[in-house]
Write a protein that binds this ligand. Sequence first.
Ligand code: GLA
Length: 378
Amino acid sequence: MNISRRGLLAMSGATAALIASAKLQAAEKAAAATGLKEAYKDDFLIGAALSASIIKKQDPKLVALITKEFNSITPENCQKWGEIRNEDGSWKWEDSDAIINFGSKHNMHMVGHTLGWHSQIPESVFKNKDGSYISKEALAKKQQEHITTLVDRYKGKIAAWDVVNEAMGDDNKMRTSHWYNIMGDDFLVNAFNLAHETDPKAHLMYNDYNNEQEGKRNATIEMLKRLQKRNAPIHGLGMQAHVGLASDMKNFEDSIIAYSELGLRIHLTELDIDVLPSVWNLPVAEISTRFEYKPERDPYIKGLPKEIDEQLAKAYETLFKILIKHKDKVDRVTFWGVSDDASWLNGFPIPGRTNYPLLFDRNQQPKSAYFRLLDLKK
Ligand code: GLA
């Protein structure tokens, strides 16, 4: 048979297309087969913070991604005092219920966030009409009503609670929040007792940022020992892990060891790795901080350069090697969001930047860091 050159070309084109499509199918199959939660099932839970809007959108592709990759969820905002309660104190359950129903439907481990925090809570909780502070007894009563109602609603569904968030200040002394100023250590002790009495099976955590760093770690350990002396039922320690490309990940190893010596289980509760130029010396994550926008502080508007994508992958790899090494002490690693487009770091500490801190990009496609974490388990 005489095959023309044209025919040959057409055939090789068709063969190439077939091979390419087979390869693509194989890659897709491989990607579909093993998500992070499956790859890390013998190590620790893999979680993500979810916003109520993600749940409401019901985007089937996003739902498929979330349920494939993650086996634990944390509500990003909707259980904070200022979100779940109206100004008059009445409750707004809708968003929180939606996330908990999503988690129940997909059989996920769920974390409640958060029962006691100085931020995202109205001043009126702490003040009388004339602007003076309410009494310790009055605040303790509000705290009791808040914690018992919230924990009771999700009893048996929420497995672990961030009971107190960020009680340690950036000066490594107790944060002078309204909570602490009015109630002192009783703010924390009561919070843990109330949560425990309401749901004795729930795992109760203290959660903070930068507490992997030596100074804050030591101060936190002193605080935890004080609370333990008073028999506060604390079971876990959350390191939020809002870190940057330049962060020294070795701090996490030292902290995992030091905190678990107190008998606490370890959780990374809000992990993300900021890739943008730092505008402060300390990577402080105090949420009220803001800096001015300048174009040089937002260099990757058009996309993440390859070398930064690689640095991000490397930083995640370094951290996860430590976590895997100490998997006997680590219960969970939760990312603060699913994909870069929805990360709070696009707006903090400078509003309007384009950041790339997570494992999935703006089209919900896995980045190099994602594959690096899968590779660690091969
Ligand atoms: C803190 C809180 C979180 C969240 C982040 C920023 O870390 O614990 O709930 O508000 O700040 O999104």
